[in-house]
Design a protein. Sequence first.
Length: 149
Amino acid sequence: MTKIKTEDADETLEIPERSYSDLLANLNSIAKPLAGRKLTKKIYKCIKKAVKHKNIRRGVKEVQKFINKGERGIVVLAGDTLPIEVYCHIPIMCEDLGIPYAYTPSKNDLGAAAGSKRPTCVILIKSNSDYQEAYDYCLEEIQALPLPY
């Protein structure tokens, strides 16, 4: 259970945490390649480390802009984003430029990993020597995922 304080200091809402299998029920049709449970946790940890060093790009417009400018990294997309037209062009851009990408099941969890209270549907993680081991692990695992075509 996750406890969230409301505007009234006396009230707290308890929200049940959803399991990985529960999150899979909300995936959209283009969420492939999907990171497994273990890889998803590793990606979230890598994002948290990247946020400390300010080495992430968050949101469709920002990620798209920096991919077009030639920035490299790992693109992480939320699999439960609807409508899919919001970000369905990002995987195509990544494939054209050889940038590895993967989907995670929840935009809420993706936003929380980035230190935001709001959901986030796309994040670009940039490499840094301070968390290189975690970054390299995620990169290898994402490149090993089967592509949808």
